[in-house]
Design a binder for this molecule. Structure first.
Ligand SMILES: NC(=O)c1ccc[n+]([C@@H]2O[C@H](COP(=O)([O-])OP(=O)(O)OC[C@H]3O[C@@H](n4cnc5c(N)ncnc54)[C@H](O)[C@@H]3O)[C@@H](O)[C@H]2O)c1
Length: 469
């Protein structure tokens, strides 16, 4: 089959913040959330020192890292930087020493937060942030600390949102962007910030619906994930409702559904008593719904689905997908003759957890793009010329699976006249997985016929292949 390949150029990589001098983060409390923070920093190349006196803290953090190491690299089309160094420290002071970022993630008790943040601020020179779900900066700093709120979402290693509250959050926001997160700087402090207030409203209603035998836990989850949960991931609340208002937009929507706010659709601020009977009822329904999967299996189901959703949103440059695309653009491109270096994402798996022929085609197409970029021969819309791929021969040598770290090296076999011949070798740790011969023709976009490459372009391809030898 012949036809134009998709040769759209991407943003040049911005190496700032990805490499260079070693950066250190300190994680105080390495539980569910602290472990997720540790993974974010480590997998983006930062060194991480952890202080957590809890028995079994290291083992628990290790389990979070296993999940993160599998899922996070799959989000990206490029390799992440080499993982940073993880060290457990016996004292808080040693952990925060020299850290550019200190993240407190101890249990949600104000007295404990005061003690930990007070000691952290006495020793730290970098940013000191708290993962608190509900406390305001003025609560946290009441006894003299200088912490800001940096409230993340579980799993911290996949969800980009961090609510930032406090004085001068701009430097913190810059660091969070550097590690692929989305800082939402909130100007005013309020208990539970923004997102948890919204979640709490839904949670309250759900508890009532179960208590009053209107719905089971499973029915409530279906009501969310089959409908508005999908809308929320890509547009949120207000933009979704604007569309629901039709061409007349938001004002029309408010006129139509505004009065419903005064109808008894919701129980609003009342909270059902979480007595023993209600707790047992919810726990039993939850067991019936999800008890066939243990905790780690559920986490894996969640992570694989989140990776798929985020990669899908990325193709549309929408919502969290745009954050992911921006982070990928900051990661360094591989250096020729390496033309692809990445992890095989879960979205590429077939029923066997292998990749199918279509994905090899994508990988070698990406490799050809990398050659064009390296030779400064990547066509842009309106250039009047392009390259069309007219022949691809792929030889499959070994199985390629989800999660594999793959690299493609490319040899320029011919760059003459109209023809660019490439030979790709795809490998996993030195083992050849597939080879590909590819013929591209230089094309005049007006006549849609093959045309001579300019001499200067040929010279650049030749120089590239000479450099390699
Ligand atoms: N779990 C969530 O979904 C979630 C989401 C966002 C924010 N948060 C917030 O993150 C914080 C931590 O929550 P979590 O769910 O990770 O709790 P967790 O219980 O999983 O972890 C807390 C960790 O802190 C350690 N710890 C206790 N005292 C300590 C001390 N003095 N110094 C250092 N470490 C200490 C414990 O050993 C434990 O490993 C809370 O403030 C919570 O509100 C939680």
């Amino acid at each position: 089959m012949s036809g134009p390949s998709d040769r759209a150029g991407g943003q040049p990589p911005d190496p700032r913040g990805i490499s260079g001098q070693r950066k250190k983060a300190a994680i105080l409390g390495g539980g569910v959330i602290g472990g997720g923070w540790a993974a974010r920093f480590l997998l983006d190349g930062w060194d991480v020192d952890v202080f957590d006196p809890g028995a079994g803290a290291a083992a628990a953090l290790d389990e979070v890292l296993v999940g993160a190491r599998r899922a996070l690299p799959m989000l990206h089309d490029r390799s992440l930087p080499p993982e940073g160094r993880l060290t457990f420290r016996p004292t808080l002071a040693e952990a925060v020493d020299g850290a550019l970022w200190v993240q407190e993630s101890v249990p949600e008790r104000l007295d404990l937060k005061h003690a930990v943040l007070g000691e952290a601020c006495a020793h730290a020179t970098g940013i000191v942030a708290s993962s608190t779900s509900g406390f305001k900066p003025s609560d946290l700093n009441a006894i003299g600390a200088r912490a800001i709120v940096a409230h993340p979402f579980n799993p911290v290693y996949l969800l980009p949102l961090v609510e930032l509250v406090g004085d001068d959050t701009a430097p913190a926001a810059a660091i969070l962007r550097e590690i692929g997160m989305y800082p939402l700087e909130i100007g005013a402090e309020i208990d539970a910030h923004i997102a948890d207030r919204l979640l709490e409203a839904v949670w309250r209603e759900a508890l009532w619906l179960v208590r009053d035998d209107v719905a089971t836990t499973a029915q409530i989850d279906e009501a969310i994930r089959m409908g508005f949960g999908l809308r929320w991931a890509q547009m949120g609340l207000f933009e979704t409702y604007r569309i629901a208002g039709g061409p007349a937009g938001m004002a029309h929507f408010l006129a139509q559904f505004g009065p419903a706010l005064k109808w008894p659709w919701t129980k609003l601020m009342d909270v059902p008593d979480l007595d023993d009977a209600l707790v047992a009822k919810i726990a039993a329904q939850s067991d019936a719904q999800s008890g066939h999967l243990d905790h780690r299996a559920l986490e894996r189901v969640r992570d694989d689905a989140l990776v798929s959703i985020l990669r899908g949103l990325r193709r549309r440059d929408q919502g969290a997908g745009a954050v992911l695309g921006a982070h990928d653009a900051r990661l360094p491109a591989p250096t020729f003759p390496v033309t692809v270096a990445r992890i095989v994402p879960v979205t590429w798996g077939d029923w066997n957890d292998h990749i199918n022929e279509g994905r090899y085609g994508q990988i070698f197409s990406d490799a050809a793009d990398a050659v064009l970029a390296a030779a400064d021969a990547m066509p842009a819309p309106g250039d009047g010329w392009s390259f069309f791929t007219v022949e691809t021969t792929i030889r499959y040598r070994a199985e390629t699976r989800i999660g594999d770290a793959i690299a493609v090296t490319t040899r320029i076999e011919q760059a003459e006249g109209k023809k660019l011949k490439l030979v790709h070798s795809m490998q996993r740790g030195g083992e050849i997985l597939a080879e590909c011969d590819q013929l591209l023709l230089h094309v005049d976009m007006e006549s849609r016929r093959s045309s001579q490459m300019p001499d200067a372009m040929i010279a650049r391809f030749t120089a590239l292949s000479d450099d390699r030898n």
